[in-house]
Structure formats: structure tokens, C-alpha cells
Design a binder for this molecule. Sequence first.
Ligand code: ADP
Ligand code: ASP
Ligand code: MG
Length: 414
Amino acid sequence: MKFGGSSVADPEKIRTVARRIADAREQGDQVVAVLSAMGKTTDGLVALADEISDRPSPREMDMLLSTGERVSCALMAMALHDLGHEAASFTGSQAGILTDTAHTKAKIIEINPERLHAELGTGHIVLVAGFQGMSTEKNVTTLGRGGSDTTGRGGSDTTAVALAAALDAVVCEIYTDVTGVFTADPRVEPGARKLPLVSHEEMLEMAASGSKVLALRSVEVARLHDVPLHVRSSFAPEDGTWITKETPMMERAFVSGIAHKSDEAKISLLGVEDQPGVAATVFTALADALINVDTIIQNVGVDGQADLSFTVPLPDLPKALDVISSMGDRLPHRETISDDQIGKVSLVGEGMRSNPGIAATMFRVLASEGINIQMIDTSTIRITVVIGRSEVERAVRALHEAFDLASEAERRGV
Ligand code: ADP
Ligand code: ASP
Ligand code: MG
């Protein structure tokens, strides 16, 4: 059971969640609960570090940020004790989560669950601090919240899925402040509906395209290790959304969901020399600076010159522009321009594979809203458009209505 920050935001919520964990234990299940930091604690810790230093050491950042989830776990253990249960909290390191040495964005290498197995064997409820581990150099690490990449957020989701895989859990339940994965972000489209089933592939596309309800990496781990995932509400008993290998043919909608991102920026290199190796040079330099380049477009070369445009996460824009200007003669081009006012809207659905025409409908809907499409990017089950940031929410709502996603979700729920 994983509980997100909003589910443990204050003492009362912690007591409510404790009741939920106790209920699971009382039904006879062995329970491991992974917790996030309370509410916006992690943001607060980041801000605190910023007040102290312009360039805090990544090692010390990890030491600092890892405390948030430890607080939640210790308090949850106390709440469970008061309900008459034996419970013990553990740091990621104590839980046997071994990571690489990439401070503030570590990756789990392996999990040694002996300690947790022993604890579960005694009938205790186990609480594990999410979003952290111990590196091969025995330092505290965190799994990344990707200041520059919003798809990296939600490290505790990854902890939960990885632990579920290591412990061979029956299910990994992600408890949050919504009742499941919806057809769109319910904060943007109030008419969004819960999807009963979402395939791994759809969820990967949605997470990568901005649906923060599940962290991208956690879905990757779930797919790799075949962990059944169930996203549901911390506060309502109803069934949520199951993330499964594939959805039955009958249940496939053309479009399952709409995802959006508002914190993106676009860079265009105009008049780039049209010859082999140019793209390789640009994107190698950006990759070396750990900048996550997304949608890329290069137009047809004319007179030996082409234009190259790509998007980066908004916080990475200054760094990306620095990288490009520092390339000087290695990147002969006429001009660099950038736009920090863009966003993306994506349609995702397994049904797209076998149904041509979805893109055309999407573009018609945007046209009728007077929304200009700056870039287009597709996979077999996703269509993404890059548009002005101020138009993102309107686009989400118009598309939700045009594809009638609410009725679609309802039909599939039957
Ligand atoms: P937690 O604190 O539990 O980790 P998050 O804030 O990370 O919660 O994720 C839950 C939020 O994700 C919801 O409140 C919702 O606004 C947002 N969200 C974005 N897209 C979706 C979607 N398609 N379905 C459900 N929630 C979504
Ligand atoms: N508390 C961490 C964050 O805010 C991790 C998480 O909530 O999953 O990024
Ligand atoms: Mg989350």
C-alpha cells in the first residue's frame, strides 16, 4: 500500500490512513505501507536548502530530502500502535533498497528484502519511507523528483512498485487523492471519469505525457516485473483503476485518456547546415548536460539549410540555451530562438493502433477552438500536439468533450 503526500498531509489524515492500513492487516494480509512526505514537505525542504546555499551539495540534498518520508512513517507507526497494532518504520536503506550513486536522481539497483520478510513474519505492519535508498557507497540517496523533469516526480511510487516486486506481493495499491486514473486530470476537466482498466503501455504514455497520478518509472518497473497495480482513493472504499498487461479488445476505446503538460519550452535552431552529424552533435551535447529533450522536428532542407526545433522541460531552458551558445562553430546556424510559453496535450489509447483518423479529428477540434498547433509528435497509441501554454486547459476540455470520453469511460465501466 502506497500513500501519497496529500493522503498523509496532516495528523487527522494520518489517523484515517492508519485505520485503512489496520483494516487490511485485520483481514489477514501481510502489509507493507510505503509513505510519501506529508503534504508539501519536500518542496519546503528544497526551499530551505535554497535559502542556505546557491549550490547545495547533492549528497546533503539527499540527506535533507529523505527526512520527509521518515517523519510520515514514524508518525504512522505511532498511529497504528494506538489502534492496537504492532508496526515498525524503516528508512529505505534499512528496507534493503540499494541504489546507484547518482545523488538526487538515484536508480534502484536491487532490493534485499530479508529484514522486511523477517518483520512481516512476526506479524508486524511494515512502514517504509518512500523515495530513498542507500547507494553502493553507503550514502543516503533519493530517487529523484526531477526539478527539471516532471515525469520524474513521485519517487515513492517507484519505491512501492519495486518493493512489491521484490516481496512478490499480490498487488501494489497506490492510494491517492483521486479515486483512480481518470480520462483527464480532474483538476482541469471536472467531467473526467475514472477508467476501470488501463494497459501498461497506455499508462506509460500517459505518465510520460504529464499525468502525474503515477510516476513514469513506477509504471516501467510494474511492467518489467509484472506487478499488478491498483490506483485508488485513500478516503473512499471503491475500486479504483487496475493497470494491466493489456485491456480486452472489447474494452478498448479509440482514446482512453488525455494528458497534458504546462511546463515546457521550445528551442528552434534556424538555418542549420543540412549535413550528416548535425543532429548528433546538438543532441549529444544536450544529453551530456542531462537535459531531457522531447518532441523534435526538423523540416526539409532548402539551399543546404534546415530548421531544427525541439522541446525541453521549462526549468531546463536556460541550461539548454547555454549549451547551444557554448557550441559556437561546432554548430553552424543562423539563429537560435526560444519560446517559454508552450505546453503539450496528448491523446492516448490502445484503440488508436487500428483506427486511423483520430489525429485528423484531434486537429479539427483544435482548429475549431482557434488553437494553433506548433509541433506534432506521435507513437502507435499517442498523438501529442505542442501549443501555447495558455491554450492547454481549453484544449483538454474541448478534446474531452469531442471524443466523448466521459460516456466512453462509463461504457467501459459496465
Ligand atoms: P500523491 O500525493 O498521492 O502522490 P499526486 O499529486 O502525485 O498524488 O497525483 C494525484 C493527482 O494527479 C490528482 O490529484 C490529479 O490532479 C492528478 N492527475 C493528473 N492526471 C490525472 C489523471 N489522468 N487521472 C487522475 N489524476 C490525475
Ligand atoms: N516526497 C517526494 C516528492 O515530493 C517523493 C514523493 O512524494 O513520491 O517528490
Ligand atoms: Mg504522486
